[in-house]
Design a protein around this ligand. Structure first.
Ligand SMILES: [Zn+2]
Length: 56
């Protein structure tokens, strides 16, 4: 799904393949499917499992 490398927003650690992550993002307004990928890149924050408890 994601070809780019993902980094945890909180600790900057590179997320490994297959690792569970959490994405926090604003709900898109009038966004069609082809725009979702670009939207995710721009608007989402990724958290690794280690940091999830800290940012909740
Ligand atoms: Zn983290």
């Amino acid at each position: 799904m994601f070809k780019r490398k993902l980094y945890c927003t909180n600790c900057n650690r590179e997320v490994q393949d297959g690792e569970e992550i959490y994405a926090k993002m604003k709900a898109p307004k009038n966004t069609i499917m082809v725009e979702i990928k670009a939207y995710l890149k721009k608007e989402s924050e990724i958290f690794c499992t280690d940091c999830l408890d800290k940012v909740k």
